[in-house]
Design a protein around this ligand. Structure first.
Ligand code: NAD
Length: 504
């Protein structure tokens, strides 16, 4: 058993339960210390103090996890386990997550700084729905029978890729773990997962539920640790056939490099974004202002598909800004467990510093702070929801992904101008369009260079609908039927039904 563990009594208004679990490296359904016995401090974003410790995994632990995952594939999982059984286990896991819904939500709140209510109603609810959705797919992974000639039967099998690596970010730890684990398990792969070192607690707790659900040892393994050690070891390991990564564009490049330089493993990358949120003059201003605020400030702005560049048609600019800033000023910040709190702290000191640096750069480059612009209090990582106006496209706050509660608002003349400005970014993850003229909204949506476009809503993915980006926002899709394609390999089988071969 590992030396590290986490016990917490959530004595708060909205959740009063307790939690207690081991925080080691998880291999073969058991927790253990990392091979070097070192630990990583996990910080409390509300106070900036140490919350607990987790085991620090190593490259050696990754190798041990890969061996366990390979053994499971050869004996109890993959082609050895019928899809119907995989489905049953996944549904059991979803049931257990439901039983522990509040506890998992509280873990996201205490570790990431998300408000408990949002963690419960959005993150964890969607994580459970995702596991259930893919449980439904597990016995529907179908190949094709392909017509060639009368003398041949040809068909395909959609076989598991093998051991897959899954590297997670800290902004939606449990949800993104389920986005990756769902399709991987449904298609019969085994996994070596690395949660982010900033916020791994809900993912580690999930490993206990995986054991309780009855998954065979070695099917899911988790090596906690740093990106430059554990992450690199996963991307470079020759026994891992595919890596699914969510994180920054910079790290995504390194993942591709290691994948190419090892065994040419497949990669899917969900990377950064700087989404445009376009408000056309025929939008319902009140609805658009609320959705625009949600799109950029939800989850403290730490959302890859955030609509952080808000473009407003000149004719309604003043009206929109008045309503939008009113909505932003009404956002209540404070302890994530507070009943009416909407806005918690950022996830880490490092990230807090980075965002404050961006806010300073906006001020230095001459943008107007219409709302916010400061830290909140003196303790923890709280930042005011911030709105910049009078910005230009060359400012860092307009060009670069801040990944925090910072919106920039720009004007446009007409639909064509909105599309041009909206697409003027190296990213291509998501876009949002607001208009009561549905034809115009759809026309605009179709011209956005983005993997996803929301019309009259914002940042609301669904587990049935593909999620992912183009340009520097990534490769491949998560969620929906499309995500399954990343997790199976297609084997063609040719059966001779009578063609003679006579040589000599
Ligand atoms: P990050 O790239 O620093 O870290 C992401 C994960 O990669 C962490 O687990 C980290 O430990 C690991 N990692 C770091 N260096 C590594 C390396 N060399 N090799 C392998 N793994 C390594 O990103 P972050 O700061 O944790 O997350 C924020 C970024 O993630 C933002 O840019 C955001 O847009 C992006 N993100 C994208 C999506 C999406 O679906 N598109 C979702 C969430 C976050």
């Amino acid at each position: 058993m590992p030396g590290t563990s986490f016990s917490y009594d959530f004595s708060s208004k909205v959740y009063t339960g307790k939690t207690s679990f081991k925080t080691g490296v998880f291999i073969n359904n058991e927790f253990r210390d990392g091979s070097e016995g070192t630990t990583i401090d996990i910080m409390n974003p509300v106070t900036g103090g140490v919350l607990t410790q987790i085991s620090e995994g190593t490259a050696q632990d990754v190798d041990t996890a890969v061996q366990a995952a390979k053994a499971a594939l050869a004996t109890t999982w993959g082609l050895k386990c019928p899809g119907a059984k995989r489905s049953l286990l996944m549904n059991k896991l979803a049931n257990l997550m439901e039983e522990h819904h509040d506890e998992l939500s509280a873990l996201e709140a205490v570790d990431v700084g998300k408000t408990f209510n949002w963690a419960k109603n959005a993150d964890v609810a969607a994580a459970i729905a995702t596991i259930r959705y893919y449980a439904g797919w597990a016995d529907k992974i179908l190949g094709q029978v392909i017509e060639t000639t009368e003398a041949k039967l040809a068909y395909t099998r959609h076989e598991p890729i093998g051991v897959v690596g899954q590297i997670l970010p800290w902004n939606f730890p449990l949800l993104i773990m389920c986005w990756k684990l769902g399709p991987a398990l449904a298609t019969g792969n085994t996994a070596v997962i690395k949660p982010a070192e900033v916020a791994p607690l809900s993912c580690i707790r999930m490993c206990e539920l995986i054991v309780e659900a009855g998954f065979p040892a070695g099917v899911v393994n988790m090596v906690t640790g740093y990106g430059h050690t554990v992450g690199t070891a996963i991307t470079a390991h020759n026994g891992i056939e595919m890596v699914s990564f969510t994180g920054s564009t910079f790290t995504g490049g390194k993942v591709m490099e290691n994948a190419a330089n090892s065994n040419i493993k497949d990669v899917t990358l969900e990377l950064g974004g700087k989404g445009p949120c376009i408000v056309l003059e025929d939008a319902d201003i009140d609805k658009a202002a609320n959705w625009a605020a949600f799109g950029v400030f939800w989850s403290q702005g730490q959302v890859c598909c955030a609509g952080s560049r808000i473009f407003v048609q000149e004719s309604i600019y003043e009206k929109f800004i008045a309503r939008f800033t009113q909505v932003v000023r009404s956002i209540k910040a404070g302890d994530p467990f507070g009943e009416s709190i909407w806005h918690g702290p950022q996830a880490s000191q490092q990230h807090f510093d980075r965002i404050m640096g961006y806010i300073q750069s906006g001020k230095d480059e001459g943008a107007t702070v219409a709302v916010g612009g400061n830290r909140i209090g003196t303790e923890g990582y709280f930042i005011e929801p911030t709105v910049f106006t009078d910005v230009n496209p060359n400012m860092r706050v307009v060009k670069e992904e801040i990944f925090g509660p910072v919106a920039v608002v720009l004007k446009f003349k007409d639909q064509a101008d909105a599309i041009r400005q909206g697409n003027d970014t190296e990213y291509g993850l998501s876009a949002a369009i607001f208009s009561e003229n549905i034809t115009k909204a759809i026309e605009t949506a179709h011209q956005m260079q983005a993997g996803m476009t929301f019309i009259n809503c914002n940042v609301s993915p669904e587990c049935q609908v593909p999620f992912g980006g183009i340009k520097k926002s990534g490769i491949g899709r998560e969620l929906g039927e499309y995500a399954l394609r990343s997790y199976y390999t297609v084997k063609a089988v040719h059966v001779n039904l009578g063609l003679e071969m006579n040589i000599g």
